[in-house]
Ligand binder design. Structure first.
Ligand code: FMN
Length: 160
């Protein structure tokens, strides 16, 4: 099974997490700033990750990355999402970028897998919550880094 992990990262935390996820999924890892439509289309499972910046925005490279994604045909493709954020400093827009990626891939016909429980996180609002669950894996390296290894292990086995 071909798996592609496509990520964007400003200060390196999402890059580090993408590496761990890719290792567990035996995946090819691609920085979104280099990603082509073929990178989005040419796999059986597509894994996308972004931290949230500004006030609920995508990481900068993803701003153009979503335009490349919009050119890809993801009809019926299984897509899993992960997002990094800071629930203490940004409780009203916690991991919103993952909600933006969710809308973008659903728009292209993808089937999103790997929803997770919001239990264990404290925040006020997030566009990454749909139907009471996060649309993917949520990691808070600023406040809950100690929980991340276990969260990554459980999520990667869930999506496999
Ligand atoms: C200026 C700034 C704005 C941020 N805005 C948000 C936000 O709106 N929501 C959120 O959950 N996290 C926010 N964060 C936290 C980052 O998403 C978090 O630190 C993340 O781990 C950074 O990932 P990176 O190292 O891959 O760039 C913000 C951080 C900074 C520095």
């Amino acid at each position: 099974m071909a798996v592609h992990v496509i990520y964007g990262s400003d200060s390196g935390r999402t890059k580090a997490v993408a590496g761990k996820i890719a290792a567990k999924l035996d995946a090819k890892i691609i920085n979104v700033s280099n990603a082509t439509t073929t990178d989005f289309e040419g796999c059986d499972l597509l894994v996308l990750g972004s931290p949230t910046y500004g006030d609920g925005d995508l990481q900068t490279d993803w701003e153009t990355g979503v335009d490349v994604l919009a050119e890809a045909d993801l009809t019926g493709k299984k897509v899993a999402l992960f997002g990094l954020g800071d629930q203490n400093a940004y409780p009203d827009s916690f991991v919103d970028a993952m909600g933006t990626l969710y809308d973008a891939v659903v728009e292209k016909g993808a089937e999103v897998v790997g929803f997770t429980d919001t239990k264990g996180y404290e925040f006020e609002g997030s566009t990454a919550v749909r139907g009471g669950q996060f649309v993917g894996l949520v990691l808070d390296q600023d406040n809950q880094a100690a929980k991340s290894e276990k969260r990554i292990a459980s999520w990667t086995s869930q999506i496999l």
